[in-house]
Design a protein around this ligand. Structure first.
Ligand SMILES: Cc1cc2nc3c(=O)[nH]c(=O)nc-3n(C[C@H](O)[C@H](O)[C@H](O)COP(=O)(O)OP(=O)(O)OC[C@H]3O[C@@H](n4cnc5c(N)ncnc54)[C@H](O)[C@@H]3O)c2cc1C
Length: 417
């Protein structure tokens, strides 16, 4: 991808309007050369950090992005193969954010030349008739946002389209036919593509653990390996599940890190019916399972939830829990009978970072006004990375933002009991 084309792409807004704070290639260079650009260190290159760094850089800041293990690494919450993007949410802030984010994911895909967004579709099945009215309400909401690919399906329609799913106990489903309302993001690849674009556009990426130096509540620098200290005007800590370790007094009571197991179930030889594009992203309400079609030859992805076991992202072994293996086999035997005798072909252990109210946190540190915390993505943060990064960058640089975002992403006083 040519650098000039990339800059041009990144300067186009959702509806084709220019995005405030982004520059054409030459003006970005000029601004950095002749205007005193603010210097920012972003710590963490998961979806929130990498996109914050990317937007700050586009807005003219001099940005250093640090990650202890690299963008989308195995320990990071953003390090899995796939993450769902959809826009249905009771809170309009998340709807707006996801729609904005989708446009950016598409742009970075085009700019990087890497496939990141797969239009898999999304099938939300239910064993309860009561889901029909909820699904109809969602359909109306999506249509009011200009999204017209939602269908409410009965059991026989689901069976007809996807005979590989056992629907005997399914009553109704909502199907979103791709785009912003039902696509799959290639997560690790996505983080790496944004980091690459950030670097190509003059951002500095360093593999190093950064530890804040705090004096009387104020962050004065970041210590990296060898005792070197990096200093900047602003510091952004987008450290996902590591955040409570970095600011324990502030965040340990407010964020909870929980384990998530993910299993891939083998498919029979020569059978593509469980793989993209023949099966959508799927879920069965109330079953404790959702998953993705086979992508990159990995097999059907099955994700059991919830799991409230605490997890340490540095030290805990990422070995699958035998209980989840048994649960998954039992579930698959019933829901995807053709896979009843198939083995688990791969597995991953990841973690989510939950806040007390389930909302993300994008806020200034209460005692250090040069320091921003961007995190608490919980189980739905990945898709929002581009929009949250853009919002965070604007707040840091003092540009106008959607005030509703400020209320939702504020670091709340509540703590986990
Ligand atoms: C199994 C699972 C399924 C999910 N499914 C979905 C989904 O379908 N859709 C969706 O939108 N979301 C989903 N999520 C949630 C989503 O993945 C997370 O909300 C999101 O990835 C969090 O991103 P982050 O940038 O906050 O954290 P991370 O991705 O964890 O990034 C933090 C980064 O900081 C680095 N770091 C930490 N400390 C330091 C330090 N001191 N110095 C330098 N670097 C440091 C780490 O190496 C890491 O790369 C899922 C999560 C899990 C676990």
């Amino acid at each position: 991808m040519k650098r000039r084309k990339f800059i041009q792409l990144s300067g186009i807004g959702v509806a084709g309007a220019p995005i405030a704070g982004s520059f054409a290639h030459s003006s970005l260079e000029m601004k950095k050369a002749f205007v005193a650009s603010p210097e920012v260190i972003v710590i963490g290159a998961g979806t929130f950090g990498v996109w914050t760094a990317y937007h700050l850089n586009q807005m003219g800041a001099k940005v250093t992005l640090l990650d202890a293990y690299g963008p989308g690494n195995s320990r990071a919450s953003s390090g899995g193969e796939t993450r769902l993007i959809q826009v249905d949410n009771d809170n309009p802030v998340y709807v707006r954010s996801a729609m904005r984010a989708y446009e950016w994911w598409k742009k970075i895909e085009e700019a990087s030349g890497e496939q990141i967004v797969l239009s898999t579709g999304r099938l939300a099945m239910s064993q309860q008739e009561t889901y029909r009215s909820r699904a109809s309400e969602r359909k109306r909401q999506l249509e009011s946002q200009g999204i017209h690919n939602t269908e409410i399906l009965n059991q026989d329609e689901i069976r007809y389209r996807w005979p590989q799913i056992n629907t005997e106990d399914i009553i109704v489903a909502m199907y979103n036919g791709g785009g912003a309302s039902g696509s799959t993001l290639l997560a690790r690849k996505g983080c790496q593509a944004v980091a690459k674009m950030f670097e190509q556009d003059g951002g500095k990426m360093t593999i190093a653990k950064g530890t804040p130096i705090i004096n009387k509540g104020k962050v004065e620098g970041v210590r990296i390996a060898g005792g070197n200290v990096l200093k900047a005007q602003y510091y952004v800590f987008a450290c996902g599940p590591w955040l409570p370790k970095i600011f324990p007094e502030l965040l340990l009571p407010k964020l909870k890190i929980e384990r998530r197991d993910v299993l891939f179930v083998g498919t029979p030889p020569g059978d593509a019916s469980f793989s993209y594009p023949n099966l959508p992203e799927w879920s069965v309400g109330g079953s404790g399972f959702y998953g993705f079609p086979g992508i990159e030859g990995r097999g059907l992805k099955v994700a059991p939830y919830p799991d409230d076991n605490a997890f340490d992202p540095d030290t805990d072994e990422r070995l699958i829990n035998p209980y989840q293996v048994k649960r998954t086999h039992d579930f698959v035997k019933h829901r995807f009978p053709a896979l009843a005798d198939q083995p688990i072909t791969e597995s991953r252990v990841c973690q989510v970072t939950n806040s007390t109210d389930g909302n993300f946190v994008v806020d200034q540190h209460p005692t250090s006004d040069n320091t921003w915390i961007v995190g608490a993505g919980s189980g739905h943060g990945f898709k929002h990375g581009p929009a949250i990064g853009e919002y965070a960058a604007k707040r840091i640089l003092g540009e106008p933002v959607d005030q509703e975002f400020n209320k939702v992403f504020k670091l709340k006083e509540e703590v986990f009991k």
